[in-house]
Design a protein around this ligand. Structure first.
Ligand code: PLP
Length: 349
């Protein structure tokens, strides 16, 4: 059964009284085994963590079936995204992706002066793989795919994505951000690291911020061609990652029961929000597979966010171009989601 007593507070160190459904954090908190492992290592902070990074790298290599030389470990996955944006500018300067998707690489690349092509999502709000493939030329540096996608929560057909990546990676590197993959129904069959194992020109990016609920601790990694990992690893190492994150991350990876329970909890809570959207007649991206839903609020987003805030709920603060009335709402604890459902009913009463 659920051990609700372990749920952390919704707004740590903030005290703004709002239920934070704005950042796709994992409201259920980390694995108790991860927390215990950290507690057991608190007095070992005097040691540098490099040797422990190698233990994590070995563990990831075994789990994902890739070689240790292909793995870069960073403080959350964001440094990989920004480092990758920089890498794009030095390797042809052209990115193809979709709107709407997670901004890390596309915005970073734009900021650094890259040429970014945004292919619209298809009618299901999926990455339009055919249109993206048509937009990729011999000059394209990279293609960014997020699966499941943020903000839509939509997951691609794994076989179609694999075939797409095999073809497109002959022309440009295919970057697949799998931040939410462990939350999806098809996990682990839909993981694309096998492409990296088979030598395709791909990058697979993962984080401990989402299903592992370690967003504040910062740990993430990418799998890529070994030579690129060597170069990017040098740049992204930035003093290394922290010891307690490594300890917690490895304990969490081993806590298979927690991950399975987490996937189910998130799904149960996600269904509460999608069935509320159904009941209220609000359009939303169907069958979401992350810890969030993406809903057309039918009003300017700022107005919706203000109404929800007045009812104690903080939703995402930003919009994506072309989706000015759409809002991403993260999944909270059962109590938080009940409050969110009540707030939604009040907004549309
Ligand atoms: N990738 C996606 C798709 C995300 O949604 C996020 C965070 O929301 C990240 C990457 C970056 O998270 P982190 O730096 O915590 O790994």
């Amino acid at each position: 059964g659920m051990k609700t007593e372990h749920f952390p507070t919704a707004t740590p160190n903030l005290n703004d009284g709002l239920i934070r459904l704005s950042s796709n954090e994992n409201a259920f908190g980390p694995s108790a085994k991860a927390v215990e492992a950290m507690q057991g290592e608190l007095f070992n902070l005097n040691r540098y963590a490099d040797a422990t990074v190698n233990v994590l790298v070995k563990k990831i290599a075994e789990q994902e079936g890739v070689s240790e030389e292909q793995i870069v470990v960073t403080n959350g996955s964001s440094p990989i995204l920004f480092g990758y944006a920089d890498w794009i500018t030095k390797n042809g300067n052209k990115l193809v992706t979709s709107m709407a998707t997670y901004e890390g690489i596309p915005r970073g690349a734009e900021f650094m002066g890259a040429d970014v092509t945004y292919v619209p999502l298809d009618a299901n709000m999926d990455f339009d793989l055919d249109a993206i493939e048509a937009a990729v030329t011999e000059d394209t540096t990279a293609v960014y795919i997020c699966n499941p996608n943020n903000p839509t929560g939509r997951a691609l057909d794994p076989v179609k994505l694999t075939e797409f990546a095999k073809r497109v990676s002959q022309k440009a590197q295919v970057f697949i951000d799998e931040a939410y993959i462990e939350m999806s129904d098809a996990y682990p069959a839909n993981v694309q690291s096998k492409l990296a194992a088979e030598g395709y020109n791909v990058v697979i990016c993962r984080t401990f911020s989402k299903i592992h609920a370690m967003a504040g601790q910062r740990l993430g990694y990418a799998i890529m061609p070994a030579e690129q990992a060597k170069q990017m690893g040098r740049m992204l190492r930035m003093g290394g990652v922290n010891y307690l994150g490594l300890v917690a991350g490895m304990a969490s990876m081993d806590d298979h029961n927690n991950l399975n329970v987490m996937r189910e909890r998130i799904k149960t809570e996600r269904l509460k929000l999608t069935s509320t959207a159904d009941a209220l007649g609000r359009p939303y991206a169907k069958n979401p597979q992350g810890n969030f839903i993406y809903m057309d609020t039918g009003m300017p987003h700022a107005e919706f966010a203000e109404k929800m805030k007045a009812l104690g709920i903080k939703v995402v603060g930003r919009t994506w171009p072309g989706y000015d009335t759409w809002s991403r709402i993260s999944i909270g604890t059962p109590e938080e989601n009940d409050a969110c459902v009540s707030a939604l009913k009040a907004v549309y009463a």
